[in-house]
Design a protein around this ligand. Structure first.
Ligand SMILES: [Fe+2]
Ligand SMILES: [Fe+2]
Length: 209
């Protein structure tokens, strides 16, 4: 058993999280099994996305932390992402959702994308934010359209309010990135395409794993 705990630390950490979650207030019983499965997928992918976002901004600041023009605004956006992640951590616990098994991957990938684009310059870092927030705000918008189809409940109401607020804040991050010259980045078009497609692939994976 000791060997297995060492071999699968993520799975063992997940088990511990679920054990903690079991002690909290149970989620609404109004929902069918298929609605519950849909809610699980939504909350899992949103938590994974907010983990990635946090590490993108962390990576950007690791490179541009000295830059007085952009460091404060990157910090401000990162602070907001910390609040987003802590809300989804709370929802994962409340709804007893199995968290993503790929947390270390989202952390490393986020940091590499954030730091990598920042190394290309502050405009490229902003182009990264513009591309990521475009995909994430669309993703939240899609979720809102799904949520209105579900049986109304306090849980759905809360999740809809959270997703709606976060969609607005991701759109603000997008607009800030554009204001800070995202579109003057070298290779803006291809960079946006690659990052946008990468985000969509990550969403597909994180919904499932
Ligand atoms: Fe966010
Ligand atoms: Fe954001």
């Amino acid at each position: 058993m000791a060997l297995r705990a060492k071999t699968f630390p993520v799975l063992f950490a997940t088990t511990r999280t679920l054990a903690t979650a079991a002690a909290t207030k149970p989620p609404s019983r109004l929902h069918t099994a298929s609605e519950r499965a849909l809610l699980d997928r939504m909350i899992r992918v949103d938590q994974a996305g907010e983990i990635g976002a946090n590490w993108i901004y962390r990576g950007q600041l690791a490179v541009l932390g000295h830059d007085k023009a952009v460091a404060p605004i990157i910090q401000e956006m990162w602070d907001q992402e910390k609040k987003h992640l802590s809300k989804f951590d709370e929802l994962v616990t409340h709804h007893r959702v199995r968290p993503t098994l790929l947390r270390p991957l989202w952390e490393v990938a986020g940091f590499v994308v954030g730091a990598g684009t920042a190394l290309m310059g502050k405009e490229a870092a902003m182009a990264c934010t513009e591309a990521v927030e475009t995909v994430i705000s669309d993703h939240y918008e899609d979720q809102l359209r799904e949520l209105v189809k579900l049986t109304p409940s306090e849980d759905i109401k809360e999740l809809s309010e959270v997703v709606s607020q976060f969609r607005d804040e991701e759109l603000e991050h997008h607009d800030i990135a554009v204001d800070f010259d995202a579109r003057n980045a070298p290779l803006h078009g291809p960079l946006s395409t690659v990052i946008g497609q990468g985000c969509k692939a990550a969403i597909w994976v994180a919904t499932r794993i």
